[in-house]
Design a protein around this ligand. Sequence first.
Ligand SMILES: [Zn+2]
Length: 69
Amino acid sequence: MAKVMSCRDVGMDCDFQARGETEQEIMQKCAEHARTGHGMQEIPAELADKVRAAIHDEPGNVAPWKEAA
Ligand SMILES: [Zn+2]
């Protein structure tokens, strides 16, 4: 099952969502997004903990992001 986390869940005013099959994949996407979207060179340990805590299983088998395409 895919996992997802929202930038908003960690206190950012941002609609970015990272999806992946593993926590590692999501952490990578978040690091990339933090750099390009928020100008962070790296994610501080404190924020990384929040990100990990915000990762949850994607609900159901629908793919709402595909409908928007
Ligand atoms: Zn963001």
